[in-house]
Write a protein that binds this ligand. Structure first.
Ligand SMILES: Nc1ncnc2c1ncn2[C@@H]1O[C@H](COP(=O)(O)OP(=O)(O)OP(=O)(O)O)[C@@H](O)[C@H]1O
Ligand SMILES: [Mg+2]
Length: 259
């Protein structure tokens, strides 16, 4: 279980993002503490995915700052942030359908020597050794997410739930310190959901911090040490899953959204 005192690994500081006149994220500040599994919930259109895009660097903020591992990264590309230990999965995973699971995972590694033509020429043995090491690591990650049986199958054979597990293995390939998961339970059957939750717990026990967006409240309650609630672009509440579920502001936000 994460401690309340974990230092922040990722912080949003007065983050704003507007699309024309629509403030999708409006002055949001929070810390993700080292070692915790933090939930981010809220009604449709609350600004959760936009917040992820801002944290991961796929969208520039209109204002405010993002601090990752103690450094301001608001002006850095998504790629640079991956290099700093931030991993992110997408709401709709799009693996390369005709490549094997193993190849899909291997492609997610960072900064291999073989990426450079010159290095291929100067250090062919190092490149071969790195390839072998990467293949081994990808194989171990597929085992971690219970997909090793399908390692050599093309990714197109996977179910929606299995694609989410493949995403988790892909993201782990870059050795992230923190992983942002966008709706890991959406479209996943109950059995696979248990597998996904077990894997998140195991990876968390290895020291990886999580921030996850999820509409499945049962999953949030069972998995998250702490929960943030967004509505209409703002952070309206934070606490344990039980605390936020009975907060009048949260109830109002969900009822308002349903009306
Ligand atoms: N690229 C964009 N251009 C214009 N408006 C956008 C854009 N992206 C998001 N929005 C708007 O910003 C608001 C927040 O959207 P966002 O996708 O962040 O919500 P969400 O909390 O992730 O919702 P859901 O639970 O349905 O996924 C919505 O009103 C949405 O229509
Ligand atoms: Mg969303």
């Amino acid at each position: 279980m994460a401690t309340e005192t974990g230092a922040p690994v990722l912080s949003a500081r007065h983050v704003v993002r507007h699309f024309g006149g629509l403030y999708a994220v409006n002055d949001v500040s929070f810390d993700v503490r080292k070692g915790e599994i933090l939930g981010l919930i809220g009604p449709n259109g609350a600004g959760k995915t936009t917040m992820f895009d801002l944290l991961a660097g796929s969208l520039p903020p209109s204002g405010g700052d993002i601090v990752l591992g103690g450094a301001s990264v608001a002006g850095e590309s998504a790629h640079r942030r991956i290099g700093r230990g931030l991993g992110r999965t997408f709401q709709i995973p799009r693996p390369l359908a005709n490549l094997s699971l193993l190849e899909n995972v291997m492609l997610a590694r960072q900064g291999q020597t073989g990426e450079s033509l010159l290095a291929n020429f100067l250090h062919p043995f190092r490149v071969v050794a790195e390839e072998k090491a990467a293949e081994e690591k990808a194989g171990e990650l597929l085992e971690l997410v219970s997909l090793s049986r399908l390692a050599h199958e093309p990714a197109r054979v996977l179910s929606g739930g299995q694609r989410k597990l493949l995403e988790l293995a892909r993201v782990m390939m870059a050795d992230p310190a923190i992983i942002l998961l966008d709706e890991p339970a959406a479209g996943v059957n109950a059995t696979l959901l248990e597998v996904i939750m077990d894997r998140i717990r195991e990876i968390n026990a290895l020291g990886v911090t999580f921030l996850l967006i999820e509409h499945n409240i049962d999953m949030v309650t069972r998995l998250c040490h702490r929960v943030l609630v967004m509505a209409s672009g703002q952070l309206i509440c934070e606490g344990t899953a039980t605390e936020v579920a009975r907060d009048p502001r949260v109830i109002e936000a969900y009822l308002g959204g349903a009306a």
